[in-house]
Every structure is written in C-alpha cells, then in structure tokens.
Design a protein around this ligand. Structure first.
Ligand code: GLN
Length: 540
C-alpha cells in the first residue's frame, strides 16, 4: 500500500512549497523509493491554461497534454515521478466533476454538499496516483492555511488519514519564521498561529519545515516544538538559498528530513546517494565560461512566467561549464530603443512562446539583428513563428508577411491557423497539446544535438508554419528540418548559413532536467560560449 505525504503551507504564500515538495520527492527517490507527485490548486479555473502568465506564471504542459501548475515543472526537474492528468487537480475540476455527476443523476435524491460530495471527490483524486508500484505519494496543497478556498482540500486530507490509517499518512507544514530587525529576534508566533489553524480543522502536523533567513536557534526550535506539539527533531530549518535552488534538498538532508520521513512512515529505504547532485552543485559553483543570454519576451518582469526556460538555460550552463547571465528584455523596449542598442554584447538571444500581438515587432527586430550578425538564436513556439515572419519579410522580400494570429487578412500569411483548429471555438484545453513525435532531417544541427532523428516533444499552440511557403524558405536558406511524421507540420526550422539559428514549434524547456539538460538548450549555450570566445579573441 502506498504511503501519503501531504504538504501544506502557512503564514504567507510563495514560501516555495513546490520546491520543497519536489526536494522531498527527490530525496526519497535517492533512497530507492518509488515516488509520485501531485498538486491540488484551490482556484476555480479548471486548469491554468486560460490564465495570464501575469496571474499565474508559466503554464506547464505534460506529455499527456494536461496544462498544469508550474510547480509540476519542479517535480519533473527534481524527480522521475511520471506525471499525468491526475497529478494536478483544481477546485474547478473537482466541482465540474461533481456537478456533471449530479446532472447525470448519480446523487438522485440527495442534497449535494461540500461535505461529503466535494471532499469525497477530492479523496478520489488523492488516491489516483497511489498503487502497488508506488511507495509514496506526495501531495502539495496549494494556497495558505486559513484561506477560504483551501478548506475543502484540508478537510479531505484530514479525512483521508481516517480512511487509510494515520500510520500511512504524514502531514508536513511549511511555515515562515521571520526575523525582526528592530527586536533582533526570530519570531515563532506566526508559525504557532498557523499550526493552530491546522489543528482547528483536525490536522496535527507531524513535521514543520521553517523557512528562515537566518539559522534557527535551538531555543526557537524548542519553543516551536512545544507550542506546536511536535518533537524537536521534527522542526526542520529551511534557510534561504542565495546560490541555487538545487541546494534545497542538500540542506533538508543536513537537518535530517529524509531519515525522519522514512522513520515516521515505517518505510524500507536504502542509504542516500547524492553524488550526482553534489556533482551538479560543484559544476554550478565552478564555471569556466560566462555568457549573456537575452530572453526577449513580453512577460519578462514576472519571475515565473518563463520559469522552465530560465531553468533549462541553467541546466545547459552546467552542461557547458558556463555561468549564464540572463538578461530579461521586454520586446516593447526593443521597439522603443532598438535592437542594436539593447542587444550589442549578448552571446545569444532566446525568444520564448507567447500569445497576442503586443511586443511582436520587437521580437522580430531582435531576431533580425542576431540573424544578420551570426549571434546564436533559439526560438521557441511563438519565437519560431516570429523567426519565420522575420525571414519572410527580410530575406524572401515579403514585406508585409505576418501570422494570421495578428493579421487575419495578410497577403503573405507565413504562419496560419492549423487545419485542426479551424472550427475550435472554446478556449479551455483546445490547443494542440502535449507530446507529439517528429522526424529530423539527417545532418541538421538539430539532429546532431539530439543524436537522433526521431524525437518526441511537448506542444501548446494553434498556429503553424504555412506549407504553401515551404519551398521558398528552403530555397532561400531557412530549412524546415523537423516535421511531424506525416510530413504536414513544420516542427523545426534552421538557417543553415548561420552559426546557430534554430527555432522549434514545440516547448523543449519542459523536458530539461538539471542532471539531464535538454540537447537543444545545451547546443544553444555551447554555441553562445563559442561566440563569446570568438568575440574575446577578436578584441584581444
Ligand atoms: N500564439 C501562438 C500559437 O498559438 C504560439 C503559442 C505559444 O507560443 N505557446 O500558435
């Protein structure tokens, strides 16, 4: 029978529950346990696919096409837990399912209520990842204890222990112990209150993970233990990491968290082996090169909007022993101040995915600049579409060329709505989503990076390269080197004469792990390092 770990958060939001949950998952995996990760989100959207990145950060796409919370990105980067549509539930999804059942008459005669109908539905969701081949399911509860929205989830995880036995469940509460400068003290009261709220709903946490900026004094741990009714060894410090998020698991081990979980849940686990992880941190700490990569997008001021892109760049830095300086450049700024001024000196430009017309011309200008100067370029999804538009305008001479997403009646619609999207009217979950296979042209840069001509990558788009222009592009040097197996959809384009100009219709950033960087990101950063070295040679 699978054991269950529930991770809740208290005091404030943004404590890094996703990162902590992912770290716990990684540590348990490194102790030989089979782990599944899950997140429950208290908002009413059925999934985050319809939310703006400003609201919610990146929408993380799974192989099966689920559009999920970005914390699932942490899960996939830290663990090997297979994720699917049961890995992320929202309040909206739970209610939708209950209401559909009610309409079908499954509750005939009953009054449908939060308890037991909604909580039962949540409990079904909690049990989904469990199974004979799973040792531990880790479920992160979004939101902060005390929010109205998360109440049904907390009630459900309380009941869950009654159903499966308390010995099979572990409640971990992540909290904040702030430092007050005026008093020169760390304050434990918010943690006490937050645990108090949990206990009011019948959950006694087994472990407290305390986020701090400073080392937690023994006396403070003792105080927290006493007031929150947990043994002192279950008060775990998680101090801010200013170097890398990949330090988090190491620090949790130093405070004995993995051993504590194994003991409390009565798991049979092997010794911990963190060699690969230490090697990763060593490489991060000892770079041999430094490159500046401009990410030219529209959501650059939101830390989490391109989360997986920034992470994948870091992974590729590790692979190339390069420190990556990421310059987040708003494409509208390029429109105002010019690519020349803003991009001089960068070693590579990445244009990520996106929607909507605002800032498009800045992206096109940035691409034009790097294409003509031989600066490495990596386009992703909308970034590829902008690269195609730029090439059409400036090389094919189709001055007005555009995507029909932004200009419906364009005379040169080089990017157009996919056939399968023509009759789609609903917005939720209706894009071309999830893992799709593609074939790469032998000898292309892309095929060389992958070391393979058959790939599978995740998608999230409605528009595509317009096949009517394929031959023209090929003849002028922008080659469609990746196609869907039926040959109908262009998945990758390259400019053959350029040192590294690769643009993809899919989202490679979702498949990069710190210890297994994505081959295209690694190739891009490798090219950026070469570019830097060449520039240095010229100037010395
Ligand atoms: N807006 C574009 C499309 O729908 C690109 C999508 C994306 O970048 N994810 O095709």
């Amino acid at each position: 029978m699978s054991k269950h770990i529930f991770v809740t958060g208290g005091v404030v939001s943004s404590l890094g529950k996703g990162l902590t949950s992912a770290s716990i998952g990684m540590l348990l995996e490194q102790r030989g346990l089979r782990v599944r990760m899950q997140k429950l989100d208290p908002y009413i959207n059925v999934d985050p696919g319809t939310m703006s990145p400003y609201q919610h950060g990146e929408v993380y796409v799974l192989d099966d096409g689920s559009e999920t919370d970005l914390d699932l990105g942490h899960y996939e980067r830290f663990t090997n837990s297979p994720l699917n549509r049961h890995s992320n539930y929202t309040t909206g999804q739970i209610y939708l399912s209950v209401i559909n059942k009610e309409r079908r008459g499954e509750f005939l005669g009953q009054t449908v209520q939060v308890i037991p109908h909604i909580t039962n539905e949540i409990k079904v969701a909690l049990a989904k990842p469990a199974g004979p081949d799973v040792d531990v399911v880790i479920t992160e509860i979004g939101g902060t204890v005390g929010d109205i929205e998360s109440q049904p989830f907390l009630e459900a995880i309380r009941q869950f222990a009654l159903d499966v036995g308390k010995e099979n469940c572990l409640y971990i509460h992540l909290t904040l112990v702030p430092y007050l400068k005026a008093a020169d003290e760390q304050k434990t009261k918010p943690t006490q209150h937050s645990v108090g709220l949990l206990r009011q709903i019948g959950i006694q946490p087994d472990v407290l993970i305390c986020r701090t900026t400073r080392t937690l004094a023994h006396d403070d741990r003792k105080k927290i233990a006493l007031f929150c009714n947990v043994p002192i060894e279950a008060v775990i410090e998680e101090k801010d990491k200013d170097f890398s998020i990949y330090e988090v698991p190491i620090s949790l081990v130093e405070h004995g968290l993995d051993a504590l979980i194994v003991r409390k849940l009565g798991l049979t686990a092997s010794d911990l082996n963190l060699d690969k992880w230490h090697d990763l941190l060593n490489r991060l700490r000892n770079p041999q090169h430094e490159v500046t990569i401009a990410v030219v997008g529209k959501y650059t001021e939101h830390r989490d909007a391109y989360k997986s892109i920034y992470e994948a760049l870091d992974h590729a830095g590790v692979a190339n022993r390069a420190q990556i300086r990421i310059q987040r450049l708003h494409s509208e700024l390029i429109e105002r101040e010019g690519a020349e001024r803003l991009l001089a000196g960068v070693d590579g430009v990445l244009v990520p995915g996106g929607f909507g017309e605002r800032g498009i011309e800045g992206k096109v200008d940035a691409i034009s600049f790097v294409r003509q100067r031989g600066i490495p370029f990596f386009g992703i999804c909308l970034g590829m579409q902008c690269a195609v538009v730029e090439f059409a305008r400036n090389v094919l001479g189709l001055e007005k060329a555009h995507s029909t997403e932004f200009d419906k009646d364009n005379p040169h619609p080089v990017i157009c709505l996919m056939e399968e999207q023509q009759d789609v009217t609903e917005k939720g979950g209706t894009m071309r989503l999830g893992a799709q296979p593609a074939r790469l042209r032998p000898g292309s840069k892309t095929a060389k990076c992958y070391g393979s001509e058959e790939i599978s990558e995740r998608h999230r788009h409605r528009y595509e390269f317009n096949n009517a222009y394929r031959e023209q592009f090929e003849a002028q040097g922008m080659r469609p080197v990746g196609l869907s197996p039926d040959g109908l959809l262009v998945e990758v384009v390259e400019v053959a004469s350029h040192p590294w100009f690769v643009a993809v219709q899919y989202h490679p950033e979702f498949k990069s792990q710190p210890t297994r960087p994505h081959p295209l990101f690694a190739g891009f950063i490798g090219a950026a390092v070469q570019h830097r070295l060449a520039v240095q040679q010229v100037s010395s």
